[in-house]
Every structure is written in C-alpha cells, then in structure tokens.
Design a protein around this ligand. Structure first.
Ligand code: ADP
Ligand code: ASP
Ligand code: MG
Length: 405
C-alpha cells in the first residue's frame, strides 16, 4: 500500500475511450489499497486549438486571459475522469489548480510554482477519495489563474507528489519510458531502465519533452522518485533516480534535439566595452531567454554577434535588436527561424575527451553543416539546419554506439 501520484498526458486522455481506460487503470491501483492523486493534461491537441482560437480574437492576446482560457483544457479532463470513476462507483473528486492550492508567481503562460498547500488534497485522501487534479494550472497570490508553460502538467504532478510526500510519481505517456533518443525519430533508440536526475535534467532542457524540465528540477530538489511509463501497456518504464552509483557509465547516454529556437545575428557591431551589455539588456528586460551566444572577432574594430532565443519570442527579439543596432551603429540584423539544436549528453563526458571531435566528424560525414556550438561539462550542442535535425539525431545515435542490436 502506497501513496501514489499518477499523471496522464494528452494522448492518454485524447478521447472518451482512453479516459475510460485511464479510469480502469486508476481503479485497479486503488483496489490494490493504494491512496491516489491523479494529475491530468488536456486532451491531445486541445491546448493548441485553444491557442489558435485566442489568436483569432486578438493579434496578441493578453496572457492573463490566455491562461484563463488554457486552463479549461485540464478542467475538462479532470471533470471527465472524475465522473467516469464515480459512474464506476469509485469515490473520485476533481480539483482545479487553485482548489489544490497550487500557488505560482504571476508570470502568465510560464508561471513557476511557489508553494502547494495541498491541505484539501490530504483531507480528501484521508477520507479515501481518489483526488483528480487539473494539471498545468495554478493561481497567483492575487487569485489570478496561471499556467506553467507547455508540457507543464508533469511539473504539477511532481510538485504535488513532493507536497504530499508521495512514495512515487508515475508519469504515464505515449512511449514506454525514457529512451536514448526520441523513439519517434530514431527507431534504434533504446529504452533506459533508469536515468539519473542530472542526465534527465540535461535532456529535458535540451528538448526531450518526455518530461517537463521543471518537473525534473522538483524531483531532484525534493527527492521524488519519478517513474515514466506507458499508459497503453504494462511494460516496465524508466526510473528517474536521484544519485546513481553505477561505476561504469557510457560516455554519451542520450541524443536530443530542439526545434524551438531561432537565431539572430547582428552584423558589424562596434568592438567596444559595453556593447554586448546593451544588446542583451533590452532582451532581458523583455523577459526573453537567450541560449547560445557566439561572437566572431573581425579586423577593423568590428565583430558579428549571434545568439538564439525561443521561437515564440523571435519576432519581438528581432524588433528589439533592430532598434539596438541603429543605436549602436551595427550594420544590420539577420534572423533565421529554420534551425535546430542537436545535443549529445552524458555524465561520462566529464572524464572523457574526444566527444566533440567525434560529434563533428559524424555530422560532417553526413554533410550536415554546424552553425553554432556550445558545451557544458556533460553536453555538447550544435545548431544545424532544421530539416537536418532528425538525420543528425540518428547519425549521432549510431556514431556514439547507442543503437539497439
Ligand atoms: P504527454 O502528452 O504524455 O505529456 P509528450 O508528448 O509531452 O507526452 O511527451 C512524450 C513524447 O516525448 C514522446 O511521444 C516522444 O516523441 C518524446 N520524446 C522526446 N525525447 C524522448 C526520449 N528521449 N525518450 C522518450 N520520449 C521522448
Ligand atoms: N496541456 C498542456 C500542453 O499541451 C500541458 C501538458 O500537456 O502538460 O502543453
Ligand atoms: Mg508532456
């Protein structure tokens, strides 16, 4: 008997039949004597439809109103699962984010969880209810509805698991675990029995959307055991473990890609102190995250400066930089949205050399041009043409010996 949080993603609740399957699965776990909190995503595609609906009403919808709208996706599935369970004579009760006391900051559309009261969840559990919570949403201290950023219901699940000290947080999705690369892109990807939080954090931040980045941060910080598995079968999944004592580690354990960034280049920027600060201060003021940055030194006191920003912020960032370019006397600003970032990750890299050169040669052999490079202790990322991303993933997967037999 355990206290279990189960989260079901969009494809797992995509239609009434699937919601019924989820209900059966939940009922089975409940019948085994476990206490259950269920976190749900919106039905697959619903969040996207709501966003396009919003853009039909306004060129740039107010983010506060957008969150009121987007939260309805998860409100729907929470109610549907709860009524399905009740029709099967199970004591289910749905709660929205604010009722579950999920308190976030006021950063609409990308809010961070500050605290989870969970008093009501605990009370309901004591009375042996199955508590069904709408994921992805919370409420700021002023009572405004917020959402946690795309994919954020994983974070709701792990954060609630931390708040109620659950024994495990199970993430049910459309693949049966975490793989060495996206199995929908690389058919030779291998399922991992376990992955360290550190590696999962790196993979999530680099685009492996199987877990929302902040859910892994919560797992690490609050020591929540996270188990990723399929909602369509009973296969063993992947355990995300905090601290891993394996002695032998592959140098590279995963390949990821991300098509959510765009590139901006300022040409012929004066090579003077304070210029870079100017270029990035305005971007920071607009709350835009910059990822990779490269500066090429040219002769004649000028440099080119290139950086990447999230695609959703591309137009805003481009407009800002056009103004900055005029002010600082840069020649021009170029933008490119058709890029992808491909990365190799692995804790083993800390103590091995030669990973970068192997990566570059493998990409070269497939005639894939590298536009930008960045590295950390346990990762190397290259920006390539967007249409070459999948080929790059498969190429690197083979080159680093990760293919399944
Ligand atoms: P859900 O709706 O259940 O939250 P997501 O679509 O957010 O599901 O995440 C699951 C998807 O993550 C998979 O369908 C897969 O394409 C993708 N994915 C990317 N990288 C990986 C990886 N390394 N291992 C497993 N899945 C991955
Ligand atoms: N429904 C939200 C999204 O599509 C949150 C989630 O599914 O995790 O991004
Ligand atoms: Mg997801």
């Amino acid at each position: 008997m355990a206290l279990i949080v189960q989260k079901f993603g969009g494809t797992s609740v995509a239609n009434p039949e699937r919601i019924q399957n989820v209900a059966k699965r939940v009922a089975k776990t409940f019948d085994q004597g476990n206490d259950l909190v269920i976190i749900l995503s919106a039905m697959a595609g619903v969040t996207d439809s709501l966003i396009s609906l919003a853009y039909k009403m306004s060129e740039s919808p107010e983010t506060r109103e957008l969150d009121v709208l987007l939260a309805t996706g998860e409100q729907t599935t929470a109610a549907l699962l709860s009524m399905t369970l009740r029709s099967m004579n199970y004591p289910a009760m749905s709660l929205l984010g604010f009722q579950a006391e999920v308190v976030t900051d006021g950063n609409y559309c990308n809010a961070r969880i500050l605290d989870i009261g969970a008093g009501r969840i605990k009370d309901l559990l004591k009375e042996r209810n199955i508590v069904v919570v709408a994921g992805f949403q919370g409420c700021d201290p002023d009572g405004n509805i917020t959402t946690l950023g795309r994919g954020g219901s994983d974070t709701s699940a792990v954060a609630i698991a931390a708040a109620i000290k659950a024994d495990v947080c199970e993430i049910f999705t459309d693949v049966d675990g975490v793989y060495t690369a996206d199995p929908n892109v690389c058919s030779k990807a291998r399922k991992l029995d376990k992955i360290s939080c550190e590696e999962m954090l790196e993979m999530a931040s680099l685009g492996a959307k199987v877990l929302h980045l902040r859910s892994v941060e919560f797992a690490l910080k609050h020591n929540v055991p996270v188990y990723v598995r399929s909602s369509f079968n009973e296969e063993e999944g992947t355990m995300v473990v905090n601290g891993d004592h394996d002695m032998e580690r592959p140098v590279v354990s995963g390949i990821t890609y991300n098509k959510n960034e765009a590139r901006i280049t300022l040409k012929k920027v004066p090579d003077q102190p304070g210029i870079a600060a100017k270029i990035f201060a305005r971007i920071a003021d607009a709350n835009i995250n910059v990822d990779m940055i490269i500066q090429n030194t040219r002769s004649g006191g000028e440099t080119d400066l290139t950086f990447t920003v999230p695609k959703v912020d591309f137009k805003k960032a481009l407009n800002i930089e056009k103004q900055v370019a005029e002010e600082i006397g840069a020649e021009k600003v170029l933008g490119d949205e058709s890029i992808a970032k491909v990365s190799v990750t692995g804790i083993g890299m800390k103590s091995h050399s030669g990973v970068a050169s192997k990566m570059f040669s493998a990409l070269a052999a497939e005639n894939i041009n590298i536009a930008m490079i960045s590295t950390s202790e346990i990762r190397i990322s290259c920006v390539v043409e967007e249409k070459k991303a999948e080929l790059a993933v498969r190429t690197l997967h083979t080159a680093f010996g990760l293919d399944k037999e």
